[in-house]
Write a protein that binds this ligand. Structure first.
Ligand code: PXG
Length: 288
């Protein structure tokens, strides 16, 4: 049976799930998205994802053509119709079909698309051995140009940095902001651990406010670990005891080297392991 894709209230076979070449999502990257996990028959942190999507829509001046309640139901229906209990969900809202030219006023109704697919997890090795990353020369978009808080369909800023990572033989790149402070990676937030204290850049450091990041901050509190949101530099990363990345796809991935500097003893650290294991428990019991 072919995978069914949700398109504007209807389910369409994968082969037939097509958008117009005049959709401004395709022409200009004009649109927004969410990457969501479906764990054990539940949409993880659904309210947070929908709230973030609505905030992205607000900032790009896009009027959502569906209510949060309806869209929440559609997320569940899409997983159900495809028989998933665990999946990766990509929710996309594009500006819709319009004329050539960037004028969003020419666009009809925004297109709402939900793709659910079986998880293609990162290799086990990433979690067991950790990954090595490099700093990209491409800086993160400053907030007053295109706010990284908007999860927009225009990911070229991140893709440019990701290409630098691949060219350096790494899977991820660390991005700095216009001030030179540590920002985030191309598709994940970053944490460091120093003297048992967790640190992650604040929202105004030009990051996407990751759902997983916020879950890790909650978990740290539950575990009685000190965790702060504060600006820091690459020096702090190089000299950290531990470092890890967070994201809906990655969950938690240990980082064992940055720009060829070994982090800690060059192996995934104990606090990272503690949080990763608590994360596994957290997703089972989450009701948000
Ligand atoms: N920063 C950036 C730039 C991201 O794109 C995160 C941080 C982590 O956010 P969450 O809310 O996931 O903890 C992201 C997330 C995809 C995909 O299909 C992208 C993300 C997550 C899942 C899938 O490209 N980006």
């Amino acid at each position: 049976m072919s995978t069914k894709i949700y398109m504007n209230g209807q389910f369409v076979d994968r082969e037939d799930a097509k958008v117009s070449v005049f959709d401004h999502g395709f022409l200009y990257g004009d649109g927004i998205f969410e990457g969501i996990r479906f764990y054990g028959g539940k949409v993880f942190r659904m309210k947070k994802h929908l709230d973030r999507l609505w905030d992205s829509a607000k900032t790009i001046n896009l009027k959502m053509p569906i209510s949060k309640e309806e869209l929440g139901k559609a997320l569940y229906e899409t997983c159900k119709i495809n028989g998933f209990t665990d999946a990766y969900i990509r929710l996309v809202v594009s500006r819709g079909v319009g004329n050539l030219g960037i004028d969003p006023r020419t666009c009809g109704t925004p297109q709402v698309i939900i793709i659910a697919q079986a998880l293609s997890l990162y290799p086990k090795e990433f979690y067991e051995k950790g990954i090595k990353i490099v700093t990209a020369s491409t800086i993160r978009n400053p907030s007053d140009s295109l706010s990284p808080r908007v999860k927009s369909l225009n990911y070229l800023n991140n893709i440019m940095a990701k290409i630098e990572a691949f060219n350096a033989g790494c899977e991820e790149a660390l991005m700095l902001n216009h001030k030179g402070d540590v920002c985030e990676c191309t598709g994940d937030n970053i944490f460091i651990v120093k003297n048992n204290r967790l640190m992650t850049p604040p929202i105004n450091a030009c990051i996407l406010e990751g759902i997983t990041r916020n879950v890790v901050l909650e978990i740290a509190k539950e575990l009685g670990l000190e965790a702060v949101e504060a600006d820091f530099t690459r020096h702090d990363v190089y000299t950290a005891d531990e470092c890890f990345l967070t994201g809906s796809a990655a969950e938690l991935i240990p980082v064992v080297a940055v720009d060829a500097r070994e982090i800690g003893d060059g192996k995934p650290g104990p606090i990272t392991a503690r949080i990763l294991s608590a994360f596994g428990e957290f997703v089972k019991n989450d009701d948000n």
